[in-house]
Design a protein around this ligand. Structure first.
Ligand SMILES: [Zn+2]
Length: 251
């Protein structure tokens, strides 16, 4: 009976998910978790773990999550064996979490090249609205909104569409909005080292609309200002003025 054996042969870990003898092996998530812990790498809901996944492990993880979702549906007393509507729901939900709505945890950052600021541009510009989609860490229900990014260029620049790509990657994780904005700011600073960076996010939280207080109109707005936007009130005011103009264009 391998179920109770404490065979700690690490190489077989995760294989159970492949051949279906799940009871015989530890789930692949246990192996990856152990690796993350050994490396001292945080794996909170809004952290990315792509660098610590080896070839083929994401597929194994998808199979494991599928089985756990199947268990969840069973525990919710949904007759998945007879209900044609939920027949492939576990597969769909696992795929959705790992490759769509939480892809920012499991997939590496999209390739984003930066270029030298050869013309020494030092005027600020804003990009937005960029649609952001996330889910709250507390209930795993959607957060949907828009984001505006203001840049005072430094030595390097990135293409405008790259802001959308990096925002999508950062927001596609379970989050709380305040931390999402900070993580996005860190990533943009890392990519192009601007002299100033400002980000504004306005989002609707479905954990307040769909459940809980069921408040349909409430949104959350927060911003972060760094570098010259932080030190120069006129520059900060200019950012919010530009955002207002961009918003007016689409309302
Ligand atoms: Zn929530």
């Amino acid at each position: 009976m391998s179920g109770s054996s404490s065979a700690s042969s690490a190489p077989v870990l995760g294989n159970g998910a492949l051949n279906g003898s799940a009871a015989a092996a530890r789930p692949i998530s246990a192996l990856i978790r152990q690796r993350l812990q050994a490396a001292g790498v945080p794996f909170l809901a809004n952290d990315n773990v792509a660098d610590h996944l080896r070839d083929g492990e994401l597929e194994l993880l998808e199979r494991e999550v599928t089985e756990r979702v199947r268990d969840l549906l069973r525990s919710l007393l949904i007759d998945i064996d007879n209900d044609h509507n939920t027949e492939e729901t576990p597969e769909r939900v696992a795929r959705m979490y790992l490759h769509e709505v939480f892809k920012g945890r499991y997939h590496p950052q999209p390739k984003i090249a930066s270029f030298p600021n050869v013309k020494q541009l030092d005027e600020i510009y804003t990009v937005g609205p960029i649609t952001v989609r996330s889910a709250c860490s507390h209930h795993l229900v959607p957060i949907l909104g828009h984001c505006w990014i203001g840049i005072k260029p430094g030595q390097r620049v990135i293409g405008l569409s790259k802001f959308t790509r990096v925002a999508d990657w950062v927001f596609s994780r379970p989050h709380i909005q305040e931390e999402a904005v900070m993580i996005l700011a860190d990533e943009i600073e890392r990519l192009c080292e601007p002299l100033g960076l400002a980000i504004l996010v306005k989002a609707q939280h479905y954990c307040m609309k769909w459940r809980g207080v069921k408040e349909l109109q409430t949104s959350m707005v927060n911003s972060i200002v760094r570098g010259d936007f932080r030190h120069d009130p006129a520059l900060k005011a200019e950012f919010f003025e530009l955002v207002k103009q961009q918003e007016a264009q689409y309302s």
